[in-house]
Design a protein around this ligand. Structure first.
Ligand SMILES: [Zn+2]
Length: 137
């Protein structure tokens, strides 16, 4: 299964690195407790990197933030001419199609959603361009 694969990868990574994923996650939490809302993954990353005095990539920080239940990640999408994704551009989980009936009463795909994170895209607008982070109330 996909999930167990990515968990294995995360475990190997944390053994190799000096700073464990758990440490990064608690740094993310303390940043979020201070700010409660951060408007992009780049901004969150710079706060977290300052906190733990390291230089992690925004994607890494975002993926770890997605694993923290207290943090809500909102994915803002923009128009794209590329092929629509089959896996979530935010967390990598397989996307679920959103269906609707058209005028001929046929079931058509009108969008995509991820059941793990909050990603939601339409067929025209599905490329993530910004991630917002907020503390769940
Ligand atoms: Zn997702």
């Amino acid at each position: 299964m996909k999930t167990s694969l990515s968990e294995d990868a995360a475990e190997t990574e944390s053994i190799e690195k000096k700073i464990s994923d758990e440490t990064i996650k608690s740094a993310i939490m303390s940043v979020m407790e201070r700010r409660s809302f951060v408007k992009s993954q780049e901004e969150l990353t710079s706060f977290v990197n300052a906190e733990i005095n390291d230089n992690f990539q925004p994607q890494k920080i975002r993926v770890l933030a997605l694993e923290i239940p207290e943090i809500e990640v909102r994915v803002l999408t923009k128009k794209s001419n590329r092929e629509k994704p089959t896996d979530c551009p935010s967390c990598g989980k397989r996307l679920k199609g959103l269906h609707a009936k058209n005028l001929l009463n046929q079931k058509v795909v009108v969008g995509l959603e991820c059941l793990r994170c909050n990603y939601r895209g339409t067929l025209k607008s599905f490329a993530p361009f910004r991630y917002e982070f907020s503390l769940r109330k």
